[in-house]
Design a protein around this ligand. Structure first.
Ligand SMILES: [Zn+2]
Length: 437
């Protein structure tokens, strides 16, 4: 029985190592099926039983997910062969940024983008990505490391550690993405998440170190980001950045939508109840593929299928749930999602600045029924007058030409009492003052 199992694994390895060009050549499954300890990874018995346990707890509201956004800082290691920036393997910063944008569109189901869909179970995963703005030493960075290598291309099975050894950042804090030329017509592969140490405490063995480090995603440079010019087979139909969306899905614990089986009779699953089981992967972008359930179409639009890039636009609610459980529980996923390596700035969601209060100067003019409001160092954009109950009495919006400086606040008609002035300056900082009238 053991010999049969080894033979089948070897057969699967050979088939996947020399892929038919018509299929999306993702090597994640091939890489992991050949590693010891695979049951600690997605699809494995121990991993799946733990994930199911948490999922069931969520369904019973024992544990919850508040749907907050997880931000993942990304470092892109460009492994080139001496080309100038923007040429060949040494892809441009624009291409790299386009890939980050595509990831956010796809994981965000962004309206009016290729990542939008109207599939009933289509999800905004509430996972977002940014190029890191702080490097491991605390210095500013654009999130890209360019390294000249001595290799034309890399064999992912024998040189995974070598290619990642050229450059890598702490996988506890960053999603490492290596971009290089891959041998064998493969276009990408990912390191699966693994169960956390506390899950593994009672287990007799831990995965090999080589399964753990270095962690991240590898993408063939000819399919990274929005590739404007055709790259020829097998890359031409993968030119819209969906290889990274697919491989990051693996990095976050998703399996191929067909469960890596070969027919419906295999009864394979991706452990997501809202992706219809399908016999095998999809090639191209067919409109009439039936799932294993008669009358139910296959979800060829799913990012975890092998369809063409222009065909893909769906992560489902169950896939979202699975990825978010991984982000809350798995080693090097939990820490990546909780880091503050600059993502909060470059994703367009800057932290709110602290409310600072500076001094305001009030000048009473003898014999006049107004007072001058002055801010010595910077101009004001708005002045509000409140009574002692906090009720707004008057609001002055100041035009951009500031011709009226110092600003005159009319006191005529005000009854005797205490008043407060709250003024906003042109930097958005509030200033307050009070006076008795
Ligand atoms: Zn894959």
């Amino acid at each position: 029985m053991k010999e049969v199992s080894v033979f089948l694994r070897l057969a699967a390895f050979v088939l996947l190592a020399f892929p038919v060009l018509a299929q999306r050549p993702c090597a994640t499954d091939a890489l992991f099926r050949n590693k010891k300890g695979s049951e600690y990874f997605p699809g494995g018995r121990i991993f799946e039983s733990k994930l199911k346990e948490i999922s069931t707890q969520q369904n019973k509201a024992i544990t919850t997910d508040n749907d907050s956004i997880y931000y993942i800082p990304v470092v892109v290691h460009v492994l080139h062969y001496g080309e100038a920036i923007g040429i060949g393997r040494n892809i441009s910063q624009e291409r790299i940024q386009s890939q980050i944008d595509i990831l956010n569109q796809d994981y965000g189901k962004t309206p009016n983008s290729p990542g939008y869909n109207t599939f009933p179970a289509g999800a905004d995963t509430r996972i977002r990505f940014c190029l890191a703005t702080v490097d491991p030493n605390g210095n500013p960075t654009n999130g890209v490391v360019r390294v000249q290598t001595t290799q034309d291309a890399f064999d992912l099975f024998s040189q995974n550690t070598i290619l990642k050894g050229y450059s890598n950042w702490d996988p506890e804090k960053y999603l490492n993405i290596w971009v290089c030329r891959l041998l064998g017509n493969f276009i990408g592969y990912a390191q699966y998440p693994m169960i956390s140490p506390q899950w593994a405490d009672s287990l007799p063995m831990v995965p090999n170190v080589e399964d753990v480090q270095p962690d991240g995603v590898v993408i063939e440079y000819r399919v990274f980001g929005n590739v404007p010019n055709g790259q020829g087979a097998p890359f031409g139909v993968y030119n819209k950045g969906r290889t990274a969306s697919h491989e990051v899905g693996h990095y976050l614990g998703l399996l191929h939508i067909w469960g890596d089986g070969g027919s419906c009779a295999d009864n394979k699953t991706d452990f997501c109840s809202d992706t219809p089981p399908q016999a095998t992967y999809t090639s191209g972008c067919p409109s009439t593929v039936e799932s294993c359930t008669p009358g139910v179409p296959a979800l060829v639009e799913n990012y975890m299928d092998y369809s063409n890039d222009t065909c893909m636009n769906v992560f489902t609610l169950e896939q979202k749930k699975r990825m978010r459980i991984v982000l809350r529980n798995c080693v090097r996923r939990k820490s990546v999602a909780s880091t503050t390596q600059g993502c909060e700035i470059s994703t367009g969601n800057p932290p709110k600045p602290p409310v600072l209060v500076k001094k305001l100067y009030l000048e009473f003019v003898s014999g006049k029924d107004y007072l001058n409001v002055k801010s010595e160092d910077i101009k004001l954009s708005e002045i509000n007058l409140y009574n002692y109950l906090g009720r707004k009495i008057e609001s002055i919006q100041i035009s951009s030409n500031y011709a009226t400086y110092p600003y005159q606040l009319n006191l005529a008609g005000l009854s005797r009492g205490t008043y407060f002035i709250k003024a906003k300056d042109t930097e958005g900082i509030y200033r307050i003052a009070s006076f008795c009238h």
